[in-house]
Design a protein around this ligand. Sequence first.
Ligand SMILES: C[S@@+](CC[C@H](N)C(=O)[O-])C[C@H]1O[C@@H](n2cnc3c(N)ncnc32)[C@H](O)[C@@H]1O
Length: 257
Amino acid sequence: MNNILNKNHKGDCIKVMKNMPKEKVQLILTDPPYNASKNGVNLPNNKTGGAYYKVNEKWDKFSPKEYLDFTKKWVDEADKRLVPNGSFMVCGSLHNIGEVIIVLKDKGYKFINLITWKKTNPMPNITRRTLTHSTEFIAWFAKGKGWKFNYENMKKYNQGKQLKDVWEFSLCQGAERIKGDNGKSAHPTQKPLELFKRLVEMATDKGDIIMDPFIGSGTTAIAAEMINRMWIGIDNNNKYIKLANKRLKDLRKKNQQ
Ligand SMILES: C[S@@+](CC[C@H](N)C(=O)[O-])C[C@H]1O[C@@H](n2cnc3c(N)ncnc32)[C@H](O)[C@@H]1O
């Protein structure tokens, strides 16, 4: 087991997970493709949140049936890796959260919370044909009884009172957003680190293992490592594995200083 921990693994997550030991992971925390890519809408001169390029990636395009089948397949493999009292958290938007919820409910999971991430700086809606999309969701499910919930600790995020299920964070931008050589975002969907840290802190303890089958730029790994959890990351894109590894190297170097 130790040889697969605190590492990013390159490959299709369904295949990679098949070779991993069963029932070792306390939390699956992941941000899968949302199936949100259609036509790129770009706002290079956007003033509110900086330049904006709509997600338009090959890995993010499925027919509705393909997306449901894909979700069933990766959830099935991830489920086998989770301990009996483990938590399963999946990020989504209006594009995909329905499918995610159906698949996890169908597997017998208990739906604990639908956490709403309220964006403090959402992108303006240039079509003027819909409301401004300003939320994403994290569907939190438990595999069985006795899931971990660090209830008292979470109160610090609400002035000592019970934490509610709507959390405000800005889009990942500024110094936190990793840029490529061309000055554009190095990963199209990098998530806010503080959001992921809070999710990890909420449902795990020090030393627990967190797995993210769609690690992208490595946000789950960074969050886990910052608060002394172990982790397993997977991505099928070599460019993103390198990016996540570089981010980790920088964090570890900083920790040694
Ligand atoms: C929404 S992004 C994750 C972003 C990440 N949360 C972050 O903060 O950077 C989804 C990632 O899944 C990867 N991916 C897509 N299909 C995959 C598959 N079948 N197996 C493994 N990774 C996959 C993509 O390369 C992409 O980096």
